[in-house]
Write a protein that binds this ligand. Structure first.
Ligand SMILES: [Zn+2]
Length: 327
């Protein structure tokens, strides 16, 4: 067993599987700790709930993106059966961080019920590559990622939904990621773990075979690409018409002229005129579906939605600051 543990620490990939424990001691001046907060009622703005789950010997994880109480997007994946719940919790956080970065979501709260996962991220002494990469990614992100712990089984819209999705994820037929079984892990969950998932390995020719499998299974575009476009195609999310249903907020658009519906924002609103300047001349005749299927328009729509989101979040934080000073 000691030999197996040592092998897991020294190798990133063993028999096409990822060693969660691969790592090296890092220089003391390069160590990082990422602190976490306790969940207090009603976090607002953008947040991502993460969860890992084990059911009937199968392991899955999920993360969900919310804007206030509106669900914007989610992802769920299965891990191989020898993975632990702790691994699933860590990977769920890792993927949520990657998602936030890939979509440039600005300020986001990542909420987990796994104290052991949050503890390893806040510990200075850590050799495992996977953990250290998460810390670095959070630190280097140009927006702001805050980690928050929520007590398990406390009733909460996001927690309940993450819990449900992570359980569903155990039923997926193909596993996305396969970890090397680790007796050390099984014996002592909160203790020692991971390896680099989405970062270096694409270039690493030694891992080519495994990488190919992963890319076949997980289309990277589908994974991260369409957060903003999804807002349009589902007519959910940041549009005021939708937000007004959940909060006592005005459904009037930022321009104060009309209801902030998807159609108004995309096709009419004067605030966004500059985004439509280079669209093909027939754009007014095009349906929303045609618009998002046009590659050039799609790019400017992503820009528009990104700016809209940032604007709405700014308004939100200035409202909540006013609230605080009134109390
Ligand atoms: Zn408007």
């Amino acid at each position: 067993m000691a030999r197996q543990i040592r092998r897991n620490k020294l190798n990133k990939i063993i028999d096409d599987k990822i060693s969660f424990e691969y790592g090296k001691r890092i220089q003391p001046w390069k160590t990082l700790k990422i602190d976490w907060n306790y969940y207090m009622e009603e976090i607002k703005g953008l947040m991502t709930f993460t969860d890992g789950s084990k059911m009937d010997g199968r392991v899955g994880y999920a993360f969900i993106v919310f804007y206030n109480k509106t669900e914007l997007d989610y992802r769920k994946f299965r891990l191989n059966d020898s993975s632990t719940v702790f691994m699933a919790e860590v990977i769920a956080i890792e993927q949520a961080v990657q998602y936030v970065k890939a979509n440039d979501l600005g300020q986001v709260n990542i909420i987990s019920d796994s104290k052991s996962a949050l503890m390893v991220l806040s510990a200075v002494e850590e050799a495992r590559d996977i953990i250290n990469n998460i810390k670095e990614d959070i630190k280097e992100y140009k927006g702001k990622i805050t980690l928050t712990w929520i007590r398990a089984h406390m009733w909460n819209f996001g927690y309940e939904r993450a819990d449900q999705l992570a359980k569903e994820a155990t039923l997926i037929s193909d596993e996305t990621i396969s970890f090397v079984p680790s007796r050390n892990l099984i014996r002592n969950e909160g203790n020692k773990i991971i390896k680099d998932l989405w970062k270096n390995r694409w270039n690493d020719s030694k891992n080519a075979r495994w990488t190919k499998n992963l890319i076949d299974k997980v289309n990277v575009d589908r994974l991260y690409g369409d957060f903003y476009i999804n807002q349009i195609s589902t007519a959910h999310g940041v549009f005021r018409e939708n937000q007004a249903r959940f909060f006592e907020k005005t459904s009037l658009c930022l321009c104060d002229q009309k209801t902030g519906s998807v159609l108004h924002v995309i096709k009419e609103c004067e605030i966004w005129t500059s985004y439509r300047r280079n669209w093909p001349s027939v754009w007014q005749l095009m349906s929303l579906k045609d618009l998002i299927n046009n590659a050039d328009i799609r790019i400017s729509l992503r820009g528009l939605l990104h700016e809209l989101l940032i604007k709405e979040l700014d308004l939100f934080s200035s409202f909540s600051e006013t609230d605080v000073s009134r109390h």
